[in-house]
Design a protein around this ligand. Structure first.
Ligand code: GP9
Ligand code: MN
Length: 415
């Protein structure tokens, strides 16, 4: 009810992170490209597989003068997989503990990142070569105020250009850049790749590295589809440059969720040279890479802040000079001094710079040793609070009663 909204609002206001004054608005007016990298986990970055580099292009970005690479960033998705990551990024709220919020609460009122950008003159769109109703996207994109969805009908999928779940990433990126040349600027395009999806098959002509050799065909092939996706991103950057879209854009790329589940722990342990994968290891393996690539910034760094997908909305909007101080967000700007080193998973696990809480046990972050559960109590409590508030907002459709322009609660909700 309304009193719940009052409580959530008080919590959000009290925990807000001040934007970094130097970064706020630094890239105002640029196009925004956000790329969801299917199933990409951080363990492949700057790593090799039987002596072969898995992600040469992304590795070069980790050392690039125009790229902030976050190596301690985590996905926070649940059963909604890709759609959960979309939801988290757009709203800076969690998905739900059961089912996919895209299906169950697609008709709610939201104050999405797309809505904010639209109010600020952006042409907002999503690009993804799948059927428009998959994950209920066509419905919820209306609630998220996304102006156009470039679904599979916006692409020409030629002979041999589809694998696994649909269109291959290279032609997808090429045709997407073509669409971008025809968009009004500034635009916000959120792109969702598809090739690096379970079961991770490729046509022979797209294979660039060998399979790994373990008892898991899934993990063995994963390196190959990741390698293909890396190539596709390289082609994407080249195309943006060629079409004159590169210099005036910000490109944010992140892994949407894990690709290798715990069913493949034995093979993962072998690859990572460990005896076994513990709950502590599993939690840390949920790290996905985040790249914030800002052409011309000359400020590229490796960022070690513990963080998650929920932090993207405020981070991005602040770079573009859009105020979020009235918004109902649970994440915090990654460039803010106030950003805390903590990430909460949808299933209640928590990682900070000091501890990992997983499987009802508390671990020392640095050593992986199990420690007294009392050390984890404060973070367990704040995880319960934040997940509870997020659920309250979604289950009660509470943003109906919130005027995000003024930060006022709408009186109806007080009855
Ligand atoms: C489907 C694509 C993959 O359109 O986003 O979905 P996933 O299975 O990863 O949630
Ligand atoms: Mn996905």
């Amino acid at each position: 009810d309304g009193s719940e909204l009052v409580e959530v609002n008080n919590y959000v206001r009290a925990n807000q992170a001040e934007p970094n004054a130097e970064m706020f608005g630094k890239y105002e007016g640029r196009n925004l490209i956000v790329v969801s990298l299917e199933s990409l986990q951080n363990f492949v970055i700057n790593n090799d597989m039987n002596g072969q580099e898995v992600t040469p292009f992304l590795n070069s970005l980790t050392k690039d003068k125009d790229t902030y690479y976050f190596n301690n960033f985590y996905h926070q998705t649940g059963l909604g997989k890709t759609s959960d990551s979309e939801f988290i990024v757009e709203n800076s709220l969690f998905g739900l503990g059961r089912g996919a919020v895209f299906f169950t609460h697609g008709g709610n009122t939201y104050n999405s990142m797309a809505e904010r950008l639209g109010e600020n003159g952006y042409f907002t769109n999503v690009m993804h070569p799948n059927n428009k109703s998959f994950w209920n996207r066509d419905m919820i994109y209306q609630s998220l105020n996304i102006q156009k969805y470039y679904d599979v009908n916006s692409y020409e999928v030629g002979e041999g250009e589809a694998v696994n779940w649909g269109m291959k990433d290279i032609p997808f990126f090429q045709q997407s850049v073509q669409h971008m040349t025809e968009m009004p600027q500034p635009f916000y395009s959120r792109m969702i790749t598809l090739t690096n999806h379970y079961p991770f098959y490729l046509d022979p002509e797209d294979i660039m590295i060998d399979e790994y050799t373990s008892n898991s065909g899934t993990l063995n092939r994963y390196f190959q589809t990741v390698r293909y996706m890396d190539e596709a991103i390289k082609v994407f950057f080249e195309d943006l440059k060629e079409k004159g879209l590169y210099d005036n854009s910000i490109i944010v790329m992140y892994g949407d969720h894990y690709g290798i589940s715990e069913n493949h722990n034995k093979a993962m342990a072998m690859y990572l040279d460990k005896e076994a994968i513990t709950p502590y290891d599993s939690a840390l393996l949920q790290s996905v890479p985040l790249f914030i690539h800002v052409p011309g910034s000359n400020d590229g760094q490796v960022m070690e802040e513990v963080s998650g997908q929920i932090d993207l909305r405020p981070t991005i909007l602040h770079l573009l000079g859009i105020d979020t101080s009235k918004d109902m967000q649970l994440g915090a700007d990654l460039f803010s001094e106030d950003h805390e080193d903590v990430v909460i998973f949808r299933d209640g696990r928590v990682i900070t710079d000091k501890v990992v809480y997983a499987s009802d046990a508390c671990y020392d972050r640095a050593t992986g040793e199990q420690i007294d559960i009392a050390v984890c109590e404060p973070v367990i409590e704040s995880a319960t609070t934040e997940l509870g508030y997020s659920d309250a907002i979604i289950n009660g459709d509470l943003l109906r009663f919130y005027d995000s322009a003024t930060g006022n609660l709408i009186q109806n909700s007080m009855k």
